[in-house]
Design a protein around this ligand. Sequence first.
Ligand code: TYC
Length: 285
Amino acid sequence: MEMFLCRGRLLNLRRTMAALQSYCSTVTCGRQTVNGVDLYYEKTGTGKHAVVLLPGALGNTKTDFQPQLKSLNKELFTVVGWDPRGYGQSRPPDRDFPLNFFERDARDVVDLMRTLGFVKFSLLGWSDGGITALIAAAKNPGLINKMVVWGSNAFVSQEDLDIYNSVCDVSKWSARMRAPMEEVYGADVFAKTWEAWVNGIGQFAHIPKGNICIDLLPLIKCPTLIIHGEKDPMVPSCHPYFLLKHIQGSRLHLMPEGKHNVHLRFPEEFNKLVEDFLEEGQNNK
Ligand code: TYC
């Protein structure tokens, strides 16, 4: 029995090492100064369709997008993951949350992609990263090819505010939920930055309509896929339906068993959905 367990563990270890090796050999990491900030990014794939991954609040390439960097088709796509300023490895500076923080991220990510030499690209944005993507697409219609957003919202309601406040104190989170973020930031910085984020996004609840980017939605011209986990406890389903209504020609795909992190929980289904959408109608000859 013991032998059997040891062998099992050894096999697992070997598989992990092999996965790590193939990941490291194909993903290149870099830094680029944009708008006065030193931004960290990772890049993989050689495809002609460029795609940038936009992480959620306090998230970064490492915490949020491993299954996408590893498994999105590398012949079809060139995939870039970026850490927004003040998040992950794009520190310093410390993160702050002025009322224009989403606009600032939108400008940074677009300028990063252009500085890296991409003329046109698609956006894959999760949660806060989806909000950033919506703004970037609305403000740069000529640069954005297609967009996928999931777990995102264009406004903050009282219900949203109540949910933010209920998760503000990270000491009430399970250790398992906190661990990846604490590994990136350390426990103290994570707790403080998360509280600052809750206050930052909470600012929108106090302006008319809770408006983050409602007025920008009609300016979005690129094909847009909205994905939503029907069991998402953080982002009520009124949000994807609102996006669907206000983004011209957009589509909504619901994942019945999905919660907030559909791309991490169901990576194969998610990646296939996204690849099919991105490649639809593209001329690959
Ligand atoms: N917007 C957060 C993110 O970008 C997720 C979140 C949503 C957190 C709602 C709390 O009440 C909340 N990952």
